[in-house]
Design a protein around this ligand. Structure first.
Ligand code: HEM
Length: 132
């Protein structure tokens, strides 16, 4: 997989697990077409390019959210636990902590709290940082 310069671009990703790749939102925003489509859901970045034409809800809804934070739409649909499980295979990294601004940060926190226990973040540093 190609390295993305967005990761840890602020210098160092210290204080958090080094195995997590961080992406700036501006990098995510560039992946906004059917050629390459990334989404953010609950502070995590997913490359769903190969899932696009497999999505049971159709590709259009995904394209509408392409390159953006789809947490709300994802939750609004009331996706099953199977759908949540599926997310894992498309996970490529976390949103860079600098992009989790107060507004976004509290949104992330709100969502995580609402979904507790979060199957994805129980042991994730980002979650520990923002969900406490
Ligand atoms: C990568 C992220 C996503 C995955 C893995 C995923 C997976 C699925 C799955 C497995 C279903 C079948 C129903 C279920 O099991 O819940 C589904 C249905 C659906 N999804 Fe997604 N989905 C994703 C993102 C989204 C997003 C961002 C939207 C935005 C609106 C969306 C809208 C829908 C809709 C409208 C349905 C049809 C619901 C129905 O027929 O009742 N999905 N999705």
């Amino acid at each position: 997989m190609a390295a993305v310069e967005a990761s840890g671009s602020d210098g160092k990703g210290q204080g958090v697990e080094s195995c997590v790749t961080y992406y700036r939102l501006e990098e995510v925003a560039k992946r906004n077409s059917s050629e390459e489509i990334w989404l953010v859901i609950h502070g995590r970045v997913y490359d769903i390019t190969r899932f696009l034409n497999e999505h049971p809800g159709g590709e259009e809804v995904l394209l509408e959210q392409a390159g953006a934070d789809a947490s709300e739409s994802f939750e609004d649909v009331g996706h099953s636990s199977d759908a949540r499980e599926m997310l894992k295979q498309y996970y490529i990294g976390d949103v860079h902590p600098s992009d989790l601004k107060p507004e976004g940060g509290s949104k992330v926190m709100e969502t995580h709290l609402r979904n507790r226990p979060c199957v994805f973040c129980a042991s994730r540093p980002a979650c520990l940082l923002y969900c406490k």
